[in-house]
Every structure is written in structure tokens, then in C-alpha cells.
Design a protein around this ligand. Structure first.
Ligand SMILES: CC(=O)SCCNC(=O)CCNC(=O)[C@H](O)C(C)(C)COP(=O)(O)OP(=O)(O)OC[C@H]1O[C@@H](n2cnc3c(N)ncnc32)[C@H](O)[C@@H]1OP(=O)(O)O
Ligand SMILES: CC(=O)C(=O)O
Ligand SMILES: [Mg+2]
Length: 354
């Protein structure tokens, strides 16, 4: 392990100083686009006006014969398209692929000063982050990049979940993590072909009704409820990220037409502590915006609590509910998020009454 005294020193002479605090601008959705697709690139200025983050995807979903075109398309985006204040990220190919090294050298060399975050797929442990960390420092120094490019890991293998705390703590570059239900399901041999969401087979069932002889009465229906197969791993990711000062995100929801289930999956992640989710299709941008902006009634209540308890101490009754030091902190989380989002979004600002 590196000495704590060296943790915040650059890993290459001439590389920018590592950051001490992860920036937290609006991050409600990471909108994926295929940079090899000219039509999608042309839509980017409009998409960027609605999305908090746009990400040029180079990995899965980009066919092998378009890997180079996707990389070059992203360089064009970085050089030619004005995204306003919207962040530009990329998902590079996996560390065990033959494209990863060229993804990094080309992107940092050509548009290193435009890229905010590099998403690294299939991270298995801190060693993967250490490799990227040193290489990025070398490439940044060579290209004269002034601001360190941050790193975001996808949690999508059983090994990754087992090492989630060490991954989150591996480098001051760690910006956050996204949850990857498709690869994770395959890695664990879970039996689902879905990308996120529940499954009708993963449920709990109420007890049977017994007849007068104490036998199960099969004629009486039993109540079932789907359970969340992702809860454990997402909660672990949230704890690992929060402990290490970086940001947890839910990943993709693959059933684009099922907007209700997408909203439910995003909301479960929001309630557990995630700051955003991926949007794979423009329709999911609006879902993420709705879900990851705190509800107006909760923000108004939270504001009321903060105003009523200026020092955040003691016990109080507000609207029939007990409030104390801990609930004050919960309200502060809600109001701080609403305040930050209001700076970008005048409609939210008006709704929250700021
Ligand atoms: C498990 C994982 O790794 S998830 C991450 C990897 N996957 C991805 O990145 C997928 C990204 N999304 C996509 O490729 C597409 O949205 C698909 C393939 C899922 C669906 O695409 P389509 O069938 O074309 O959807 P649809 O017909 O509704 O598209 C409507 C319009 O939106 C455009 N569009 C669709 N997705 C996007 C997008 N992500 N960004 C920008 N524009 C998009 C389409 O080009 C189309 O444009 P047009 O009306 O000018 O022709
Ligand atoms: C997010 C992702 O890459 C996955 O679910 O596999
Ligand atoms: Mg994946």
C-alpha cells in the first residue's frame, strides 16, 4: 500500500496534482451514446442541453468493427462540439481487451483537457485502478493536461463486489462507481436475461392457509411480492463510495419501453443513496431527471425543519413528527441536493422556492 503521505502526490512528474475532494455537480443521468454513430453525434448538442453528463461509449454495445470509429468519433466530439456545462465522460474498453491501451493514449493525448471522467468496466480489485492511475498520470504529463482526469469503476463482477471497498479507496482519482446488473448477473451465474429490474421468479410468498385437518388449503390464493435481487450489492456500493468520498450511481435499465419499471428501479437506487443512473435512450433522461431530483414536498418539509431548528439540536415536533439532530441532518442532505440542482435548473428552483 502507498504511504498516506504520498497519496495526494502525482504519480508522474509533470502530471496534475490529484484532487482532494470529488466535485459534485448535477449528476442525475449519465447519457450513453455510440460515438461511431454519426446520427447520435449530431443529436449531442440537443441531448447535452437536457442531460447532466454525456458519455461516449467505446465498450460493450459497440461492435468490434466500429471500435476505432467510436474512439475517433469521440475525439471529434471533444474537439468540435460545444456541450455547454454538461460533463463529457467515456467508457473505455476493458483492461483485458486489445483496445484499452489505444483508447487511453488516444483520448488523453487528443482530448485529455475535455474529458471529465473515464469509466472503467469490469473492475475486479484495486490493482485495476492502480494500473489506470499510473498510466493516466504518465499520459496526462505527456499531453500537458492541467486537470486530473477522474476514474469511475463499473461494479459488474463478483470479484468487484467482493473488493468494492478497496476499489473505492484505491486512488484520489476515484470519482465514483456504477452498478452493472448485466455483466454482474453473468459473472455470478444468476439466471436472468434482463438488464436491471426485478424478476417475477424472485419473490417471497405468504404462509399457506390450513384447512380443519391442518392440511394446506391449495384453493386459497397466497400473496407474493417480487423482491429486489440487487439490493445487497447496490447498498454495498453506496457504503463503499460514501465512505471514500466518491459518488454511487445505478447503471442501465435495458427494457427501454417499460418506463414504469425503469422509474421504479431508479427510485429504489435514489432512496438507497445513489446520485444518478445511466440513460441508454433519450426517454430515460427525463425519467432520471424526475427521480434523482428530490421530490418538491420533501424538500419543502426539509426546508421547514432546517428553518425551525437553526442550530440543528434538541428534540422538536414539526407537523406531528419528531425531529432531532439526526433528522436535521437528513433534511440537510435533501436541501443541499435541491440547492445544488436549482443552480442549473430554474424550474426546480421555482418549485423548491429558492
Ligand atoms: C449493459 C450495458 O453495457 S448498457 C450500455 C451499452 N448500451 C448502450 O450504450 C445502448 C445505447 N442506446 C442505443 O444504442 C439505442 O437507444 C437502442 C439500440 C437501445 C435503441 O435504439 P433505437 O431502436 O434506434 O431506438 P428508437 O428508434 O426509439 O430511437 C429514436 C431516436 O433516438 C435516437 N437515439 C436512440 N438512443 C439514443 C442515444 N442513446 N443517444 C442519442 N440518440 C439516441 C435514435 O437514433 C433515433 O433517432 P431518429 O429518430 O433520428 O432516427
Ligand atoms: C453496466 C454494465 O455494463 C452491465 O450491466 O454489464
Ligand atoms: Mg457491462
Amino acid at each position: 500500500m502507498r504511504s498516506p503521505r504520498d497519496f495526494l502526490k502525482p504519480l508522474c512528474v509533470g502530471a496534475p496534482d490529484p484532487i482532494t475532494e470529488v466535485p459534485f455537480p448535477p449528476s442525475r443521468m449519465i447519457h450513453f451514446f455510440d460515438a461511431s454513430n454519426e446520427k447520435m453525434r449530431a443529436k449531442l448538442p440537443d441531448i447535452a442541453a437536457k442531460a447532466d453528463i454525456v458519455l461516449g461509449n467505446l465498450e460493450d454495445a459497440v461492435p468490434v468493427d466500429r471500435k476505432v470509429a467510436a474512439r475517433e468519433g469521440l475525439v471529434t466530439v471533444g474537439k468540435e462540439i460545444d456541450l455547454g456545462g454538461t460533463q463529457l465522460w467515456t467508457r473505455i474498453n476493458a483492461l483485458d481487451s486489445p483496445w484499452c491501451i489505444d483508447d487511453l493514449t488516444t483520448l488523453v493525448g487528443e482530448i485529455g483537457d475535455k474529458l471529465d471522467v473515464i469509466m472503467v468496466p469490469k473492475v475486479e480489485g484495486p490493482w485495476d485502478i492502480h494500473y489506470i492511475d499510473r498510466l493516466l498520470a504518465q499520459l496526462e504529463a505527456k499531453a500537458g493536461v492541467k486537470k486530473p482526469i477522474l476514474v469511475h469503476a463499473i461494479l459488474e463482477t463478483a470479484q468487484g463486489v467482493a473488493h468494492v471497498d478497496e476499489i473505492a479507496a484505491a486512488s484520489p482519482r476515484m470519482q465514483g462507481m456504477s452498478f452493472g446488473p448485466a455483466d454482474l448477473a453473468a459473472s455470478r451465474r444468476m439466471k436472468t436475461t434482463r438488464v436491471g429490474g426485478g424478476h417475477p421468479g424472485y419473490l417471497s410468498m405468504s404462509d399457506p392457509t390450513l384447512d380443519a385437518d391442518g392440511q394446506i388449503d391449495a384453493s386459497v390464493a397466497r400473496v407474493t411480492a417480487q423482491q429486489d435481487p440487487w439490493h445487497y450489492s447496490i447498498a454495498r456500493m453506496v457504503d463503499a463510495c460514501t465512505t471514500n468520498g466518491c459518488l454511487p450511481f445505478y447503471g442501465p435499465f435495458g427494457d427501454i419501453k417499460d418506463v414504469a419499471a425503469c422509474e421504479a428501479q431508479f427510485r429504489a437506487a435514489f432512496l438507497l443513496g445513489c446520485v444518478g443512473a445511466w440513460s441508454l435512450h433519450p426517454v430515460q433522461i427525463d425519467i432520471a431527471k424526475k427521480v434523482f431530483s428530490p421530490p418538491v414536498d420533501e424538500v419543502l418539509f426539509a426546508k421547514k425543519v432546517l428553518e425551525a431548528i437553526p442550530d440543528g439540536k434538541g428534540v422538536h415536533m414539526i407537523d406531528g413528527k419528531m425531529q432531532d439532530d439526526a433528522t436535521w441532518k437528513q433534511c440537510k442532505v435533501m436541501v443541499d441536493l435541491a440547492t445544488m440542482l436549482s443552480e442549473k435548473d430554474p424550474e426546480l428552483k421555482a418549485a423548491y422556492g429558492f
